[in-house]
Design a protein around this ligand. Structure first.
Ligand code: FAE
Length: 538
């Protein structure tokens, strides 16, 4: 069903005609700060102009750009706002001290590296709305950030530029020259991306692991490159000097950083909220979107701290921007289609989904080649072997343990031609990804690192993932695709046939980018918001 010609007047009159709108103010106050034990309220209906689902990169860019031109914006985020310290005075937990702030309603940490020397290193946690979620979709475990800031809360901040040839191949609807001249530099500026001071990198004990990994790679003839980051490296140097509280140097990464990292609340979202025109409703999960008189009805559910659903408010929005990430956006669209609400979406919906070729593994270093008992959680060097038949980009990764482990750890993005599909089975999201689909990526990583092992006389570790295997490609930090640009959407994220519906996030990029994706997702969102502001809202 199309939803054409929504004028502001018809939208407002439809909204005002809604019988429950008068109840909005009081019920929404309850909805936004639900307390444990709050009874499920009835359906409130709130009318808004621009509604953004999710507060990650795609959502944050949309909010900032809309608010900057005077538009009022409501954002719905299923996670919490991360602004209140716990009893330890900290907002986020280090990797080695997890609690209810760490994982999204889990009793265990469930991280990809879960054993060491064959012994479990999994930690118990308390259930709560933690910053990191893990969703099992077929044979692929997907890790996701939860809360205001989305993936920016939990990610490692690495922001390499994509290769031009990958942008041209994966995003043919994008003008590559314009993307590199205008949108990537703009995204880097807004996100506060910079590189580590080379003198600090070469001298600090906190990057011994990076220097060791670089030496081994260079001796094998590989190119090693700097990886820019949104971490404030001046702050990191002050951490190393003991002048400020430690964050990257205190094992803080995958469950959030307390200092130093410029997550989205310090960049796009902070600026968006500072306009006074952006409101964020937290713990509010969007279920479906459907056409309605004057716009779209957006059905949601609100959780309290325990995870109990305490309210089911409905919004009426003139325009809806999907920024719930590859998994979240695709899920809402698939569910809305399955329930007969968005029946004209492209049959390509859910396709072109993948794990960005993520593979992780470790090598055992010799005793005379220590990696250091102090490791900064911010990786800054990568081995670039993309221009070879074994195309991969390997980040020299840290470990959060203050012990010398003689373990060189890597997170690799490897070329993998396989493409998956997300779909609903009995109403639950799943994927058709099976383990054998990881093989091309693992083979490239093995071929690349066999060279290093041969030369150094070192071995792979097979004690890190609980199954005796060397390579773990059963998980991803970088889910991509599902609502691919130019296939499910037009060249600018519009959903054809549904005026006022847009996709702005990582679901636009099909399955593989070849580098860590958030910089490219941000730049892509900037590009489509330029178009939407000038063509659709003018
Ligand atoms: P994302 O940032 O995931 O935001 C989606 C938001 O929508 C989240 O806040 C969700 O809670 C929310 N949401 C989802 N479903 C709903 C719903 N139904 N209703 C309401 N809200 C919803 O999406 N990338 C890099 O480039 N460099 C790195 O160093 C890096 N490291 C990573 C490390 C970890 C541990 C993880 C998990 C990811 C890492 N990533 C990294 C990936 C990166 O964070 C990810 O690609 C982006 O965050 C995706 O941005 P989106 O805007 O697509």
């Amino acid at each position: 069903m199309s939803n054409k010609n929504i004028s502001r007047r018809s939208f407002l009159s439809a909204a005002l005609a809604a019988p429950v709108v008068a109840a909005v103010a009081s019920s929404c106050a309850q909805v936004r700060t639900p307390q444990a034990g709050t009874r499920l309220s009835g359906q409130a209906l709130e009318a808004v102009d621009h509604l953004i689902i999710g507060t990650g990169y795609g959502g944050a860019v949309a909010a900032y750009r809309l608010a900057s031109v005077g538009q009022r914006v409501t954002m719905l985020e299923m996670g919490k706002r991360w602004d209140t310290p716990g009893s330890d005075g900290k907002i986020f937990t280090p990797i080695m001290k997890p609690d209810s702030r760490s994982m999204w309603y889990r009793n265990r940490t469930e991280l990809p590296m879960n054993t060491f020397l064959g012994l479990s290193v999994e930690q118990w946690t308390r259930r709560g709305p933690g910053a990191l979620d893990r969703r099992q979709l077929g044979d692929m475990d997907v890790y996701l950030g939860r809360g205001v800031g989305g993936g920016s809360l939990v990610n490692a901040g690495m922001a390499p530029r994509p290769r031009r040839d990958m942008v041209a191949k994966q995003l043919p609807a994008v003008d590559v020259e314009e993307f590199f001249a205008t949108y990537l530099p703009r995204a880097e500026r807004e996100l506060g991306i910079s590189s580590i001071d080379p003198a600090f990198l070469e001298s600090t004990p906190w990057y011994q692991y990076a220097r060791t990994g670089r030496r081994d790679a260079q001796q094998a003839g590989y190119k090693v490159v700097d990886i820019p980051n949104n971490y404030d490296f001046a702050y990191m140097q002050a951490e190393a000097a003991g002048r400020v509280p430690r964050s990257a140097l205190n094992g803080e990464l995958i469950f959030g950083n307390n200092h130093g990292k410029r997550n989205l609340t310090k960049t796009y979202l902070g600026r968006a909220e500072a306009t006074g025109r952006v409101e964020i409703h937290t713990m509010t999960e969007v279920l479906t979107v459907r056409p309605a008189t004057g716009g779209y009805r957006v059905e949601t559910q609100v959780r309290n701290f325990d995870g109990t659903i305490v309210a089911r408010p409905t919004y009426l929005a003139r325009r809806v921007y999907f920024g719930a990430g590859s998994v979240g956006t695709t899920e809402i669209l698939l569910r809305s289609a399955a329930q007969g609400y968005l029946t004209d979406l492209s049959p390509e919906l859910g396709r072109g989904w993948g794990a960005n070729g993520n593979v992780t593994f470790g090598r055992a270093n010799h005793l005379w080649r220590p990696t250091g008992n102090k490791q900064s959680m911010v990786p800054v060097l990568g081995i670039d072997n993309w221009d070879s038949p074994n195309a991969c980009f390997a980040e020299i990764a840290p470990l959060p343990v203050p012990l010398e482990l003689y373990l060189q750890f890597y997170l690799v993005i490897a070329d993998n031609p396989n493409s998956g599909t997300l779909s609903l089975q009995n109403g639950r999201l799943t994927s058709n990804w099976v383990r054998s689909m990881n093989r091309p990526a693992i083979e490239k990583v093995r071929a690349t690192f066999d060279v290093i092992n041969r030369q150094q006389g070192t071995l792979y570790r097979n004690d890190l993932f609980g199954n005796g295997e060397v390579f773990n490609a059963d998980f991803t930090y970088h889910p991509l695709g599902g609502a691919v640009l130019g296939q499910v959407t037009d060249a600018y994220g519009r959903l054809p046939g549904y005026q006022g519906l847009y996709v702005t996030d990582g679901s636009l990029i099909p399955r593989l980018l070849g580098v860590n994706p958030y910089l490219t997702i941000t730049a892509l969102a900037e590009r489509l918001m330029d178009e939407i502001l000038t063509k659709d809202l003018a």
